[in-house]
Design a protein. Structure first.
Length: 597
């Protein structure tokens, strides 16, 4: 880069403006990038754009950008009509690297400010990070490597004997991967238990706790946690419901509460200076844990604490930057037996039918031809799986099914049958990728309520049969953001019924006036559905150009169902989604051979 090729912040922003006008960048990307350019000074236009793209990548879930894959960063919004993203003046990766080597963005000057770090991976990719995320990723890598180098000392004969008792032979061919996971948790400091819905992850978690208490002795201190309050409550209920085991007292909380947030929300009681007191920490729904939260958790663990990360690496990841669980599974890989090191991938499904499983597998593999082939006839219902357009007789059947769902819920609610209303609620869900637009939640709430002749009006919200979703947490009441319930009539008075806290427990009845942040749940986002299971789902496929439409989104939606999946949309849009994989650039997926400023 020659001296006259550097430019002022104003002109550096011109290229950024081009990409912002095209929908690639959002307002936040532009504002943060321009602020950094002003602070550093002397930044070339292409590097100003690189900063903005790095910010955009973070907002889209990556922790860095791969210079060779800048065009794969999900855009902030749809491009204007007639404009092709590929035709924009994308900078050359090699030229960007040359410019970075001498830029104050990556080379600290007298002011000491160098907000970017550049790393090269073992397979030759060049990654660019904001300094904060580079440091966090390096720390995660360091802690995991240190833990791997110091396995716990156990009597493996005792471990094998206890595992054999906890996982009796069920007569199936092939290795018992649940038993393998328990054995790995006993013999490693860090274990990843991966698997899709219905593969027995929670069943295995409970037996891991039982195994560790038996080999370590009574008084085992167990920390159960999950990214959200709703996921933590589900974990608590699932583990406590294992009545055949005598487990130590355990209580699941959010990761945030486990670490103990201090006033201000940016620091925690537990950190490298004040470690967590647990002998084992188990994290459920770990696919939703961001890099920053994993960094904080690992930093707060004692070196001798066992860590078990549980989740589905193929479903939607954290809304924040990073997909650590998927990175670890990808980096280690699967051996022929489904295990490699301390990563165990469960494969045998026990929850949904063969056609749903086959469809989910094809989506996960990105095999659009197989997906479309299974759904070739838009009027066919193949093993509970079908694709319909939003017009014609097939769509009328979809609306008829949602109407039956809502009427069953309403009938039970009007009769004061809280358990029946909740069972009806979970028998079907309408899932959308977007909140707004023709394929969004707001529109589909209207579609299904009109079809069922329901007046969902804000002025009269507490009518019997209304499904509701909480958008705020009330820990004292044991209610969490994302919980769903139904308004029921109890002796003529409207109450909101929520599932009991423990398996088989009676529904909880809450007075409407005590609730905050309540919206109707005739349709919900796919993101909100993570960790839940329904009898049937109607999945609204957004337009193929939607950046939210990915194979991870479709896989997550399809695997919410146990019995039937109806996809509403076109084969072309479905194909676009299956072929689009979420880009989550990260150095944890491979080895880094060089990190420099």
């Amino acid at each position: 880069m020659t001296a006259d090729s550097t430019t002022s912040p104003a002109s550096a922003g011109d290229l950024v403006t081009v990409f912002a006008d095209a929908g690639v960048l959002g307002v936040a990307d532009v504002q943060v990038a321009r602020r950094l350019v002003r602070l550093v000074g002397g930044v070339a236009p292409t590097l100003g754009l690189l900063v903005a793209l790095t910010i955009r990548a973070l907002r889209a879930g990556s922790v860095c950008v791969d210079l060779a894959r800048l065009r794969d960063i999900p855009p902030d919004r749809d491009a204007p009509e007639g404009l092709e993203i590929a035709d924009l003046p994308w900078p050359d990766a090699d030229a960007l690297l040359d410019d970075l080597r001498s830029s104050p963005l990556a080379v600290a000057g007298s002011g000491g400010l160098a907000p970017l770090r550049v790393a090269r991976t073992g397979d030759g990719a060049v990654l660019v990070y904001l300094d904060k995320y580079s440091r966090q990723e390096s720390r995660v890598r360091e802690v995991l490597a240190t833990r791997a180098a110091d396995p716990p000392t156990v009597d493996e004969a005792v471990v094998d004997a206890v595992v054999a008792r906890l996982f009796p032979d069920d007569g199936d061919d092939g290795p018992d991967l649940q038993a393998s996971a328990a054995r790995a948790a006993a013999t490693h400091r860090t274990t990843v238990l991966a698997g899709g819905p219905g593969t027995g992850k929670t069943h295995t978690v409970a037996r891991i706790v039982a195994l560790l208490e038996e080999i370590e002795g009574p008084g085992l201190r167990v920390g159960l946690c999950a990214p959200t309050g709703r996921a933590a409550a589900a974990l608590q209920a699932a583990v406590s419901g294992q009545s055949d085991l005598r487990l130590p007292p355990v209580r699941a909380v959010t990761i945030n509460r486990l670490l103990g947030p201090l006033p201000g929300g940016r620091r925690f009681r537990h950190s490298a200076a004040h470690r967590l007191p647990y002998d084992v920490v188990i994290v459920d729904e770990a696919s939703m844990v961001s890099l920053t939260m994993m960094f904080r958790l690992l930093d707060a663990l004692r070196p001798t604490t066992r860590l078990v990360l549980v989740g589905d690496p193929d479903q939607l990841a954290s809304v924040d930057a990073g997909a650590v669980l998927a990175d670890l599974v990808h980096n280690v890989g699967d051996s022929d037996t489904g295990t490699s090191g301390a990563v165990v991938s469960l494969r045998r499904r026990r929850r949904f039918g063969g056609e749903i499983g086959a469809l989910a597998d094809a989506v996960r593999a990105g095999d659009a031809d197989a997906v479309i082939g299974r759904l070739a006839d838009p009027d066919a219902d193949v093993g509970g799986v079908r694709l319909v357009d939003d017009t014609g007789a097939a769509f009328d059947d979809v609306l008829a099914a949602t109407t039956r769902w809502l009427r069953a819920m309403s009938s039970a609610a009007q009769a004061g049958d809280a358990a029946g209303a909740l069972a009806a609620l979970d028998s079907h869900r309408v899932l959308c990728a977007h909140r707004r637009g023709p394929a969004g939640v707001a529109h589909w709430q209207t579609v299904v309520t009109r079809a069922a002749d329901i007046d969902d009006h804000p002025a009269r919200p507490w009518y019997a049969g209304r499904p509701v979703l909480l958008t705020e947490t009330d820990r004292r009441a044991g209610l969490y953001n994302g919980d769903t319930g139904v308004v029921v009539l109890v002796e003529g008075e409207p109450m909101v019924a929520f599932p009991g806290l423990d398996p088989g427990a009676e529904p909880r009845l809450v007075r409407p006036r005590t609730l905050r942040g309540v919206v109707s749940a005739y349709a919900t986002t796919i993101h909100r559905s993570q960790g839940s299971q329904y009898g049937a789902v109607t999945v609204v496929i957004p337009p193929g150009r939607s950046a939210l439409l990915t194979r991870e989104l479709l896989y997550t939606a399809i695997t919410r169902s146990t019995d039937a999946v109806t996809l509403v949309g076109t084969a072309a849009d479905l194909r676009a989604g299956v072929e689009r994989k979420v880009l989550r650039a990260s150095g944890l997926r491979t080895s880094l051979v060089d990190v420099a400023r």
